[in-house]
Write a protein that binds this ligand. Sequence first.
Ligand SMILES: C[S@@+](CC[C@H](N)C(=O)[O-])C[C@H]1O[C@@H](n2cnc3c(N)ncnc32)[C@H](O)[C@@H]1O
Length: 287
Amino acid sequence: MNPNAIHLTDGTAQRLREFLFRDEDFQALRALVRSLTGINLSEQKRELVYGRLTRRLRALHLRSFAEYRELLRRDPSELTELCNAITTNLTSFFREPHHFQYLREQWLTPLAQERTGGRLRIWSTACSSGEEPYSVAMTVLETLTERDRWDVRILATDLDSEMLERGRRGVYPPDRLHGLTPQRQARFLPEVQSSPTGSRRIAPEVAALVTFKQLNLMHALPMKGPLDVIFCRNVVIYFDKDTQRDLFARISQLQRPGDLLFLGHSESLFKISDSYALIGKSIYRRI
Ligand SMILES: C[S@@+](CC[C@H](N)C(=O)[O-])C[C@H]1O[C@@H](n2cnc3c(N)ncnc32)[C@H](O)[C@@H]1O
């Protein structure tokens, strides 16, 4: 007998924990999360689910995950909290810097030499707290110097309502600024005068290019396209292959031949979509 377990009458053992968390709770939450978000929680994610949801159970004064599941049935607004708690939101400014280098050197610079202006549409599909779309906006501002000739819009979407709120606020503490050179900080994120911690706020010229909207990638994509560039980074890694296939089939309809798609460092379209050609490290061009 395991001394760190409670042995239940049905013969199963429960680890001693603050909240009762049975296998059926994990299986039911796992199925619910998958149907809501596409996120595929493997068996190994049991502790992650427990850890991420205990904060909700405490806040709601519940005693068990069975009670939490009952609440989810009664109160659909808790589904948003469930999704917010389960999503992994890790991001940073200029994450995977070679993507921004490609954008500047291989796309924006030649474009500015070819044309004197025009319309550019960019979509950050899982923008988390905004660092990714703001990094794109900074790259645009640094490269397209004759800005008034260009109509640039960056759409930043995510499922997580809390992250979108952070993105819209555009205020970042010092420990979130590591991807930014001092020059970029000075130009694009002036210090917040009233902040004792040295937080910085996205400058209006950067914020003006970015629009945040809530969008679940499992649902119909409401935009018309065409989209010159799509960033879909570090999100499909949480989806199973069929979900990825379905998503990229829909995404590819929003792009014309030659348009760009950036994936995360451990993601790939191999056996997922043949609408794109690999042209660099996790960089694709629509065929
Ligand atoms: C690890 S972050 C990636 C952020 C950014 N793209 C980057 O690479 O730094 C993953 C994001 O995907 C979002 N996400 C997860 N499932 C989603 C879905 N079904 N629809 C939209 N966003 C989703 C999460 O809320 C989270 O903010």
